[in-house]
Design a protein around this ligand. Structure first.
Ligand SMILES: [Cu+2]
Length: 153
């Protein structure tokens, strides 16, 4: 009885961990104005499994610079809307996380963080299923380097 119970909980736990891994991605932000994966490699694209209801992008700022100088966030929007969002974001300033408040073009956005801080953003997969979406940092000038494709497969 005890053995069977342990096996069932082991299976349940491994299933739960696998699901969590599939529907999330761990991104790092650096003082060099880049996003990297856990291994420190560039992230030109994040593939989102179509089976996920929500997809979470976790972002850890592994640098040391403050939010005011090298802040990073993760914003999701249609590729064609990125420039308009970052342009409007400059006006919002660091207090507004360099994002226009209430802009319908923003599908999802994390808060802006500085070195040593973490944040995350939950993306409703149904909203990005049609394709053509990107993830990027809205800190002024960062989108040039901190920008990748978000592809549902
Ligand atoms: Cu940034």
């Amino acid at each position: 009885m005890l053995k069977k119970g342990l096996l069932v909980s082991a299976l349940f736990l491994s299933g739960a961990f696998a699901a969590a891994a599939d529907c999330s991605f761990d991104l790092k932000g650096t003082d060099a104005m880049t996003y990297t994966d856990a291994a420190g490699k560039p992230v030109p694209e994040i593939v989102v499994p179509a089976s996920c209801a929500d997809f979470t992008i976790n972002m850890e700022h592994v640098g040391k610079m403050p939010k005011t100088a090298m802040g990073h966030n993760v914003v999701v929007a249609k590729s064609g809307d990125v420039k308009a969002i970052t342009a409007a974001g400059v006006k919002a300033g660091v207090k507004g996380d360099y994002l226009p408040a209430g802009d319908a073009k923003i599908v999802a956005a994390s808060k802006m963080v500085g070195g040593g801080e973490k944040t995350s953003v939950k993306v409703p997969v149904a909203k990005i299923k049609e394709g053509g979406y990107n993830f990027f940092c809205s800190f002024p000038g960062h989108e040039m380097k901190m920008n990748g494709k978000l592809t549902v497969k």
